[in-house]
Design a protein around this ligand. Structure first.
Ligand code: 0X9
Ligand code: ZN
Length: 413
């Protein structure tokens, strides 16, 4: 009885401390000119609004989350200046609640892949344990690092055996905590590879030629925090600075023009680059695992959401890498195959021009620092109808199309 009361109170405390977004809207604003973009940027700064996406180019929508008490003023300001907008999400919390409802009903210790709901980090790791024991000849897991909160950063090697000299395909997912479709897609891919070997000819052919190394949740602390406390958290959870802020953006923490454009030195910023390059275990884990495999690594994929983009180096500069034409060609092949599955359109090109300049990213480092010649950063579905809150019934189609893109790209290299 007493224990039940304590548990109930703990439950309430957890709920009470969680960030809530009742009647917050996501407004998709379309700056038509650089001047419009400046107006939008200063409104965002003055009202302390959170952007779900950052400005890319004139005519490309920017998704901005607006609390209920600021909606009227913000939208009026846009109307007065004639800046076009649409309301993409009417009530952020309502969407979060819908997702959490399916989440909570899921088995706490699943033994099998299930692509109908999103999973907690513990559920993902239970699945890895089960897959490792069920497919012991093909699957081995390893710990690539331990987080600030003490969680292992677990990676999976999937290999059909016969020596360790095969070329390697690297796929990491979820370096940004709130991009839930990314870890779900890594799980879909692990399922495809393990269940398809010996029965699916394409999978069999691929696994006979390559070893796959998959990191399903590259930021376990941040990911856990999105389940317990703030669904929209992006960074890791290391406390930094005197203001009580938490988190470095691990995708600004690589040694690729560290501290350059599109990064912040404020620990309170969502794009905080951290105190020094590779200060964070999440970026170290990727660095160390990739370096250990660098001489064999055929291609590096890092999976994000959202915006439907297939991006190549560089993010820190608009200059293009020596083999840009080749990376661009392979991206085009990947994107066509991806689109062919469900009609989902992706744009592709170098990071700095396709999305925005951003230094310290993992794929730039994979290319420059580890010498992997094909290094792709993908932003999966959607283009903002749900954004980070993509419904779980899209996990399977996203898995199918992303896999088709990845397979076609690998074959085209
Ligand atoms: O800003 C990012 O880190 C990525 N976009 S996201 O909306 N998922 O946060 C883009 C990553 C591009 N890669 C590099 N900047 N190297
Ligand atoms: Zn991301």
């Amino acid at each position: 009885m007493r224990i039940a009361v304590v548990i109930a109170l703990l439950g309430l405390a957890a709920l009470a401390s969680a960030a809530e977004y009742h009647r917050y809207k996501v407004v998709s604003v379309v700056p038509r000119t650089a001047e419009d973009a400046t107006v939008v940027r200063s409104a965002v700064a003055a009202l302390h609004l959170e952007q779900w996406t950052d400005p890319r180019a004139p005519g490309v929508p920017v998704d901005i989350m607006v609390p209920p008490k600021l909606v009227h003023g913000f939208l009026n300001g846009l109307k007065i200046r004639g800046i076009p907008f649409t309301i993409k999400i009417d009530d952020v919390q309502a969407l979060i609640d819908q997702q959490m409802a399916t989440q909570r009903s899921a088995d706490p210790h699943p033994r099998q892949f299930d692509h109908t709901s999103y999973h907690t980090i513990d559920q993902i790791y239970s699945i890895l344990d089960a897959v490792e024991s069920d497919f012991s000849e093909m699957v081995s897991t390893y710990t690539a690092g331990t987080t600030y909160e003490g969680r292992p950063i677990r990676a999976v090697k999937i290999s059909s055996g016969s020596g360790s000299t095969k070329e390697v395909v690297w796929i990491d997912c979820g370096i940004h905590a709130r991009e839930w479709i990314a870890p779900a897609t890594c799980q879909w891919i692990m399922d495809k590879l393990t269940s398809g070997y010996g029965s699916d000819s394409e999978v069999t052919e691929l696994l006979d030629a390559y070893d796959f190394h998959i990191l399903p949740s590259a930021n376990p602390d941040g990911y856990a925090f999105t389940h317990t406390s703030n669904r929209l958290w992006r960074k890791n959870r290391v406390p930094y600075g005197s203001l009580g802020c938490h988190g470095t953006d691990p995708n600004r923490n690589f040694d690729s023009d560290f501290g350059g454009p599109g990064t912040s030195d404020s620990p309170c910023s969502d794009i905080y680059h951290g105190p020094s390059a590779f200060s964070e275990v999440e970026s170290q884990a990727i660095r160390d695992s990739v370096l250990a495999l660098a001489s064999q690594m055929k291609v590096f994929f890092t999976i994000h959401s959202y915006s439907q983009l297939w991006m190549t180096p560089y993010g820190y500069t608009s200059s293009l890498p020596a083999n840009y034409d080749d990376q661009y060609r392979v991206s085009g092949v990947g994107v066509s195959a991806l689109t062919a599955v469900h009609g989902t359109r992706f744009e592709y090109g170098n990071i700095a021009d396709t999305i925005y300049p951003a230094a310290g990213g993992s794929s730039d480092w994979a290319y420059d620092g580890a010498g992997v010649q094909m290094a792709f950063a993908l932003e999966l579905r959607d283009t903002g109808n749900y954004g980070f809150l993509l419904p779980a019934d899209q996990i399977i189609p996203v898995g199918e199309e992303t896999w088709a893109g990845i397979v076609a790209a690998i074959k085209a290299i």
